[in-house]
Structure formats: structure tokens, C-alpha cells
Write a protein that binds this ligand. Structure first.
Ligand code: PGA
Length: 251
């Protein structure tokens, strides 16, 4: 399966800075074997500028969130049609920072994911256990609940449009990565669950790993079966590091 390397810039970079970083990534990847899909997730105000900056490349652009409704009285929110209008083709749903800071439940995440599909925007469903949940041995149960509820009502015919990202909350921005064995075990569980939901169609679903991915650990993680790419936060803000992670996925 073609790996996907995605850069989640979070709440960083002004429009010009975002366009410059995206252009540097596009330059850095020029001539790289085209065996990897690459998506950048800038903050909303920079999406259109980044789309323009990567127009001559294979890089695609996504939003970091969307509202479940298409329009209406939802102050501060961004809808699927607005993302499309800016040229975004993917969207993150249920990132742990949205769950924790903005109180998004699995049910809300599910509505957002279905809103993305309604507009043919490719959703990346983010799931992950907290430190306490892992200590309590609840990792599998938590991830299973997040995947099942997040994908509730998604028919088999749409499986190919879905990406799942396993991001242990304790590994995000901490410099502590799950070991390749720990990550691979959860990925295997997620793949089994997807298989149960969608049968053979689940084989086209990529499950990314996220949480302190760097050029130093990317190869170890990406060579494990069941890890079909990475969702990169901090290291995606540096063009050299991000391109090195993409190259690790090519290898
Ligand atoms: P990190 O973030 O790479 O900085 O840990 C990953 C993410 O939150 O998607």
C-alpha cells in the first residue's frame, strides 16, 4: 500500500510562512520517487496560500478540523464546503487536541467524519489513548471505541476514502514515541477492527502512526507491517526534517 505522510502544522505559521514552508517541502521532494502520498494540514487561514504554493507538485492540502454542518449559526467554525472552496481535499477529525481542548466526543467526531464524506473530502480519523489509559491497560478498549463510534454508519463502499491515525496522546509533542512494537500492536488491532467492519474493503484503509515522529525514528516505525504512514506534528514545521521522513517512507 502507498504510504501517506501528513504534516499537521497545528496553530503555527502565518500565511506567508506557510506558503514558504510548503514551497520548501515541494522543492525538497522534487525528484523523489513518487511512491508516497504527501498531505499538509496548515491552519485554516493559510490553506489557500499553501494550495497555491504546492500547485505544481503532487502534494495535497487538508484542513485540521471541520464543522458537522455545512453552514449556519456556528461562530468560529469552518465547514466542509469552505474547505473545498480553499482547495483542501483532506481533513483531520478527532485529533486529540480537539478532543481534549474543545471537548469533542466520539459522536461529534463521527458527525464531522460523515460531513467530510458528504463533500468527498478524505477524512483522517485520529484516535489514541492517554497515559492513564495505557497505564490502566485500556489502550485497546479506548482505541476500539474511538474507531467504532468514529466510523459508525460509514458504508463499505466508502472504506477506501478513510484513513485512521493512531496517535497515543502521551507521545504527542513529548519526544516520547511508542516503540515500533507498541505501535504495531495497536495498528494490528485497528486493522482487525476495520476488517470486521468492512471485510475485504478494509484492506485499502491506511493506518498512520503519529506522536513525536522524527527523521530518526521514522524508518523503524514505517517498516512495521500495518503502519502505512505517519501524521507528523513538530517535525513537519521543518522542511528538511519533513522531507527526510517522506524519504524514509519511500525506502
Ligand atoms: P507531534 O504531533 O509529531 O508533534 O508529536 C503529532 C500530532 O499531533 O499529529
Amino acid at each position: 500500500m502507498r504510504p501517506l505522510i501528513a504534516g499537521n502544522w497545528k496553530m503555527n505559521l502565518l500565511r506567508r510562512q506557510g506558503a514558504d514552508l510548503a514551497a520548501a517541502v515541494a522543492r525538497g521532494l522534487r525528484g523523489t520517487d513518487a511512491g508516497v502520498d504527501v498531505t499538509l494540514f496548515p491552519p485554516f487561514p493559510a490553506v489557500a496560500a499553501v494550495v497555491e504554493a504546492v500547485a505544481d507538485s503532487e502534494i495535497t492540502v487538508g484542513g485540521q478540523d471541520l464543522h458537522a454542518e455545512d453552514a449556519g449559526a456556528h461562530t468560529g467554525a469552518i465547514s466542509g464546503p469552505m474547505l473545498l472552496d480553499m482547495g483542501a481535499t483532506r481533513v483531520l477529525v478527532g485529533h486529540s487536541e480537539r478532543r481534549q481542548e474543545f471537548g469533542e466526543s466520539d459522536e461529534v467526531v463521527n458527525l464531522k467524519l460523515k460531513a467530510a464524506l458528504r463533500h468527498d473530502i478524505l477524512p483522517v480519523l485520529c484516535v489514541g489513548d492517554t497515559h492513564d489509559e495505557r497505564e490502566a491497560g485500556q489502550t485497546e478498549a479506548v482505541v476500539e471505541r474511538q474507531v467504532r463510534t468514529g466510523l459508525e454508519g460509514v458504508v463499505t463502499g466508502r472504506a477506501a476514502e478513510i484513513t485512521v491515525a493512531y496517535e497515543p496522546v502521551w507521545a504527542i509533542g513529548t519526544g516520547v514515541t511508542a516503540t515500533p512494537d507498541e505501535a504495531a500492536a495497536v495498528h494490528a488491532r485497528i486493522h482487525a477492527l476495520l476488517q470486521e467492519l468492512w471485510g475485504q474493503a478494509a484492506e485499502s484503509v491506511r493506518v498512520l502512526y503519529g506522536g513525536s515522529v522524527t527523521p530518526g525514528n521514522a524508518a523503524d516505525l514505517l517498516t512495521r507491517p500495518g503502519i502505512e504512514g505517519a501524521l507528523v506534528g513538530g517535525a513537519s514545521l521543518d522542511a528538511r526534517d519533513f522531507c527526510a521522513i517522506v524519504r524514509a517512507a519511500c525506502a
